[in-house]
Design a binder for this molecule. Structure first.
Ligand SMILES: [Zn+2]
Ligand SMILES: [Zn+2]
Length: 445
């Protein structure tokens, strides 16, 4: 009979094995919802105690034997009490064979974790654990001998039970997908390791001066080790947009290091104006996470000496990094370029340029200037719109709206024929981009 199966399994297990309430209950974890394994284990032991008690009147030896097993191997006081009434005094000793008593220590473990977490600012956490093969094998063997197929993993129960206690102590919630803090408990020796997930802050930045790269460039000479050329800094450029933005954030969060994820990047000598460019700043190992982002924005802008401005700061996540990376491939950008020609140009020719390039697809082979770090490919990129403003006979300003990834300097110069058509090829003279600004980034979300 199926109902008796559970009873028989439990009696057989307790005949040979010492199991706490949790470890017995866990073998039946898939049965009954909204109950803890400790409740399952206790209930089964209680039923066995009632059965044993009933047997005492009809088959004393059988009843005594069952009560003895439940009391001694199940650490179960109600069974012990009944045996005491018939003059049997037993000692309950030893510990659970599988968990070795970890569930009895869950409050103590949670308090130890809470003490460690005191150093950090967090709103949620997740407890994980590592169970050594020595321990997990004991449960595997038990399950195969007693044909148990209703159990759950020991570590799942440890994580849940310690998480519950920790929730009470800290007042913070368990978060499965993106916890601020991941605590890993080594079950073998109860040691802890704490992984703090990065803090992500997204926003938009403006770069108001030329000559600053977006992110760190290792020195070409020493590859970052530090040499004469870079004054021992290991850097090609002393300042970056990333450092200017990250410095105050690292101080406030007491974080380890930063990573900067931009939705694309402008050239070092190009400004980033208009509505700015989206970015996500990632701070590794932050101790503080809670801060007023409007204040942070003011601090960054006050310390950037007019070089960089940030706006629209908000707390973000890893998915946003992926999203803005993808966005940079598709979003169109509008540039303002100052162009100088070798030969004078007429208004007529500039009109022709405007008609020819607006809506045109440009064939661009990887530019010579980036060929050392980019694969040599041919890309087809669109110029959506083009307009001009004449400054003198051989200088004019171009306003170009182009597809993400379109190289503007090469669109102007032709890059020795690698970009076609180009301003140079259409005007039939050498053309050079003197200054370049990104004046708008359009994101289709
Ligand atoms: Zn146990
Ligand atoms: Zn160097």
């Amino acid at each position: 009979m199926i109902i008796m199966e559970i009873i028989d399994q439990a009696i057989n297990i307790l005949e040979e094995h010492k199991l706490c309430d949790n470890c017995l209950g866990r073998q039946f974890a898939l049965l009954g919802t909204k109950a803890s394994n400790a409740e399952r284990g206790r209930s089964i032991k209680m039923v066995l105690t009632l059965i044993g008690h009933k047997y005492l009147t009809s088959d004393k030896a059988r009843g005594e034997n069952l009560l003895r097993r439940v009391a001694v191997n199940g650490f179960f006081t109600p069974a012990l009490e009944i045996l005491r009434t018939i003059g049997l005094e037993l000692n309950i000793e030893g510990k659970c064979e599988i968990c070795e008593g970890i569930f009895l220590k869950k409050e103590e473990i949670a308090r130890k974790i809470a003490l460690e977490l005191d150093k950090y600012d967090f709103t949620n956490f997740l407890v994980g654990s590592k169970v050594s093969p020595r321990i997990s094998e004991k449960e595997d063997v038990l399950r195969s001998i007693f044909e148990i197929n209703t159990g759950e993993a020991l570590k799942a129960e440890i994580n849940r039970e310690i998480g519950k206690v920790l929730t009470v102590i800290t007042g913070k919630n368990v978060e499965f997908d993106r916890p601020d803090i991941l605590i890993v408990l080594e079950v073998e020796d109860l040691s802890l390791s704490i992984e703090v997930n990065p803090l992500y802050i997204s926003g938009r930045y403006l770069k108001l001066v030329r000559g600053i790269p977006q992110t760190r460039w290792p020195c070409r000479e020493c590859h970052g080790k530090g040499c004469k050329r870079c004054n021992g800094t290991g850097k090609m450029y002393q300042e970056t947009v990333e450092e200017i933005i990250a410095k105050p954030v690292l101080e406030i969060t007491e974080g380890g290091e930063s990573r900067f994820h931009g939705a694309g990047r402008e050239d070092i000598d190009a400004r980033m104006l208009g509505n700015g460019r989206q970015f996500v700043l990632e701070i590794k190992n932050p101790k503080k996470r809670n801060m007023n982002l409007k204040e942070l924005e003011n601090i960054i802008n006050a310390h950037s000496e007019g070089k960089v401005r940030v706006m629209n700061l908000s707390f973000s996540n890893k998915d946003e990094v992926r999203r803005i990376k993808a966005l940079s491939q598709t979003s169109s950008k509008t540039y303002s370029a100052l162009v100088e020609l070798k030969d004078p140009v007429t208004l007529e020719k500039l009109e022709l340029l405007k008609t020819k390039l607006s809506g045109e697809t440009i064939r661009q082979q990887t530019p010579i200037r980036v060929s050392h770090r980019r694969a040599d490919l041919v890309r087809m990129k669109k110029v959506y719109k083009l307009d001009y403003k004449i400054l003198n006979s051989n200088r004019f300003e171009l306003i170009i709206q182009g597809q993400g990834g379109l190289y503007i300097k090469e669109l102007i110069s032709g890059d020795e024929g690698r970009t076609e058509p180009s301003v140079s090829s259409i005007l039939n003279t050498e053309a050079k981009c003197l200054e370049l600004d990104v004046i708008k980034v359009d994101e289709q979300t």
